[in-house]
Design a protein around this ligand. Sequence first.
Ligand SMILES: Cc1ncc(COP(=O)(O)O)c(C=O)c1O
Length: 436
Amino acid sequence: MTADDPTWAAATRQVRAGYTAGVAQNTVTVPIYQSAAYEFENFQTARDIFALRRTGNLYSRTGNPTNTVLEQRVASLDGGLGALATASGQSAVAVALLALARTGQHIVASAKLYGGTVDLLDDTFADFGIGVTFVDPGDVAAWRAATTDATRAWFVESIGNPTASLPDLAALAGAAHELDVPLVVDNTVATPALLRPLDFGADIVVYSATKFLGGHGSSLGGVIVDGGRFDFGARPERWTQFTRRSARFGLTFLTDIDGSHYLAYAKAKLAHDLGPALSPFNAFLLVQGVETLDLRVRRHTESALAVAEHLAGHPAVTVVHHAGLPTHPDFRIGQRDFPHGTGSVFAFDLAADDDEVGPFIDRLRLFTLAANIGDVRSLVVHPATTTHSRFTAAQREAAGITLRTIRLSIGLEDPRDLINDLDAALAAIQLQEAVA
Ligand SMILES: Cc1ncc(COP(=O)(O)O)c(C=O)c1O
C-alpha cells in the first residue's frame, strides 16, 4: 500500500495520504510518536542530518513522524509540494510570512482578516520592522498601488473572517506575480474541501488546523503548504535568504535543497530558532479530524446556508454576511470559485440597539459563546468585543464589522434546532424593544 497516489480522489487522500501501515508497528491508524529526540544511526548520520545534507528526524522542534503524516496529508489535499506543521494557526501565519519578509521589507494584506492576524501584522511585525499595508481584498488596483519594491508577500483569507468576504484569487495571483510577489492565502475557513488556493495560482497556503481540519475544537495546530511554483530565482536579489549561500547552514537553499527550499528554510531557521513545534499528540488528533473533512465540511456548509437564509428573512436582522446569499457583494465569486459552497462561518447584524447584543447572546441556549470556529458544536461570538476587540473604528469599518455584528460558526447539530435557538433569542429582544 503506497502512502499517496495522485490519481486518488480527495476523499481517498484525506484518509490515506502520508501514512503506510507497517512502517513501524503495523498499526492501521497513525501512531503518536511521543518523542522529543531521535537516535541517530551513527556519528556520520547525525552530522549529515544536522548539516541538511540528508533528511531525517533530528529533534521534534523541527519534525516528528506523526506531524509528518499531517503535513503530507494536508499537502496532498491541497496539491502542494510539501507542508510544515506548527503549534497553531497564528505561528503558521507568522512563520509563513517571516520566511518571505524581513526587517525593512513589506507586506500587503487584506483589511478583512481574523483579528489575531491583524494584531500580529499591525503590532508585532511593526516591532520587527516589517511594514504592512491593509487594503480592500476585492480591489486589485489597491493591492498593486500598495506594493513597493520592498513588498515580499500579499496575504489574504480565501473566506474572510468574520464577514465571509471572498477575494478573486486568480486575479490577485496574476497581479502579484506581475510584481514578483508571492500570494499567501489563509485557507482556514474554506479548507481544501471547498477551495484549493494553489489551483487559483496562489503560492503558499496557511491554516489554523485548530478549526475545520481538526474539526472538534480540541487541539491547536497550524499548517503551511508550499505550492512550489513561485520562482525565487527569477529575481535573486529580492530573495537572498534562498538564493545566497548561508554561512550558518553552509548551503544555498534554492540550489542545494531538493523539494521545497521555502519550507526547508522555514523549518531549519524559523521553526528551529523560534520553536513553534506542534505536539505529536495534537498532530494525531488533527489527522483524525482530516479523515472526515469532506463529510463534515459539506454538512457544516449546507446547515450554514439554511441558517443564513433564515436570518436574512428575519425582521430583527439588518444584514447577513454569507457569500451564498445573492445580497452578498462576493456572491458571484462564490458561485464561480466555490462549487461546494462558501463555508459555515458568517456574520449578521442585529437590527436592535448596540446594548441588546449582550442580552441576545446570553439568551442563546444551543450556540456556545466561544472565540473559536470550525468546531462540531455551533459557536457564537461578538467580534467587536472579542476576536476583533483591538480594532479601531476605522479598522472595524474596513473589516465590515459594526458593534451589532455577530459571528456564527455553524456546527453539526440539526439546523432546525439552531434556527429555533436563534429565533427564540431574537424574539426575546424584539419583545424587550416592544415593551420599551
Ligand atoms: C482565519 C484564521 N487564521 C488564523 C487563526 C489563528 O489560528 P490559531 O488560533 O490556531 O492560532 C485563526 C483563529 O481564529 C483564524 O480564524
